[in-house]
Design a protein around this ligand. Sequence first.
Ligand SMILES: CC(C)c1ccc(C(=O)O)c(O)c1O
Ligand code: FE2
Length: 295
Amino acid sequence: MITIQDIAYVRSGTADLETAVGFAVDMVGLELVERTEDRAFLRADNRHHCLSFVAGEAGVLASAFTLADEDQLADAETELAAAGLTVTRGDKAAAVDRHVREFIAFEDPFGNVVELVVDQKEVPTPVNFARAAGITEFGHICLDAPDVRAAHKFWTRHFSMKVSDWIGDAACLMRFDPVHHKMAVFKGAGPGLCHMNFQVASIDDVMRSWHFLVDNGIEIEQGPGRHPQSGAVFLYFKGPEGLTYEYSYGVRRIEDDDAWRVRYFDPSEPDAIDMWRGPTNRCASQPQLRGLAAG
Ligand SMILES: CC(C)c1ccc(C(=O)O)c(O)c1O
Ligand SMILES: [Fe+2]
């Protein structure tokens, strides 16, 4: 069993570094910590970065989680290889590029590239947010997979993850610490990053950002709304090259694992992911998920 310590970062390719960075800074509000000709690193909290862009082909390159130390990394390497996965150890230059000491990479059963890292660099100075979006931290990663049940099996068999809630066969929300979920899987045609989430300090922040993003002509995918699963007030919006960002406020904590009863939400219900039943542009390509699709 591989014990996950936390989420680390999303690494994304971009065919237009300038635009990708401009959006992450000016719209999302992240701090640009480092920029070279073909790289950019952005942060939302004390992690050196939670999002990096690499100039090249557009699309997510990897999603990363931290492990406690090298021994755990070596054990993870052994366990995943024994499960039949191809596991690659990052070389020194690649580790430096990720601002971690060591890492391994593998593809989940659906082709999502996942990196497990040790000693992600911590930056203790307060974040110099580019705008007052109220971001408090990098909240969660949501991956796409065509078979959410199989993805749940993979993540709970090999990793210290527990399901918090199901949204039918459309989504599985998982936790590895008291936060309701820091990892989710959403039904998609293939691998991909469904979205990356940032927690904000108040409902006012969500609502203010909604107006700000609309005023700036940004595509709102869904929200403002309230997720019945985590209880969080949310807003999804689209960045360049299809990268979806989510702000949310008020995610539930599960302090007593034994007392938590996993719930099952019916994705065909209109309030499956939004108790406020607001409109959505989400899942236009998957009308079978009626509660999650444009209504
Ligand atoms: C629809 C997606 C997977 C989803 C569902 C519920 C929550 C939540 O309860 O906070 C999310 O954050 C989601 O992204
Ligand atoms: Fe989310």
